[in-house]
Write a protein that binds this ligand. Sequence first.
Ligand code: CP
Ligand code: NVA
Length: 304
Amino acid sequence: MQKDFLSLTNCSVELLEELLELSASLKGLYKGGSRDLCLAGKTLAMLFEKPSLRTRISFQVAMRDLGGSSVYVKPEDIGGIGKREPIKDMARVFSRYVDVIMARTFEHSTVTELAKYASVPVINALTDWSHPCQAMADVLTIKEHLGRIEGVRLAYVGDGNNVARSLALAGGKFGMKMIIASPAGYELDGETIDEANEMSPGSVVQTNDPRAAVAEADVIYTDTWVSMGQEDEKAKRVADFAGFQVDAALVNSAPAGVKIMHCLPAKRGYEITDEVTEMPNSIIYDQAENRLHFQRALLKKLVS
Ligand code: CP
Ligand code: NVA
């Protein structure tokens, strides 16, 4: 069993499938009013360099659900990550106090360095590079709504960012067909696309045409045009993403019943309209809920 959960790249399909099954079974257990206190007496440290609603609260609730507790750590509380002391010392000291660490950081190398020196599991709770917990909650949600993941056609309209990257790797792992439509200059990197296509040939393709991307889609997915840390680029990005909004006209050009997804937080009026967010075929809040169910399973698997 691998120690950490940093990227889908490092996870076998078998492990990811096991995590999906465990997510579904624990979801059923908790919805039925039962509990699994497998992490009684265990502690999760949660390090956040960026804001969070879903990730922070769902991890905290998941840990409590399993009988454990969590400690929230803001960088300023500990003098910054890698500033007051080296990341390797933080990792070693945290490992003496807690049983698992999750971290949301700007640089991806921060979580990999934490993992290198921590003797306890480290979970990537979003970096500038990737968001694997989000992608797995998304896969769980797609499976629940469409009954399968292999062969599902997912049109991702927007920035080739951390969320797109983890979804593309999930596409490769599970044989999902992803078409990414981004403006020129905002495409997902070719290395990730090659990696996904090596796992499942033809699983990820790119275009600069949102209409072409959604024409045969089962799911339309979008994310913010301005990720955390890119606030200074907002004006340029909003201009560059003109024509890439997921609005009713785009949704109506897709097959009837197409599902709408967004990892949230959504900037209504930018990457998605209020109207589309509120459509009956939006499964956005099921996605948000499934962060809890996936992460509960992940904690059980990594820590117990
Ligand atoms: N989707 C997601 O990770 O949300 P938060 O930034 O609120 O955690
Ligand atoms: N791409 C977004 C995702 C937020 C959950 C960001 O990094 O800000």
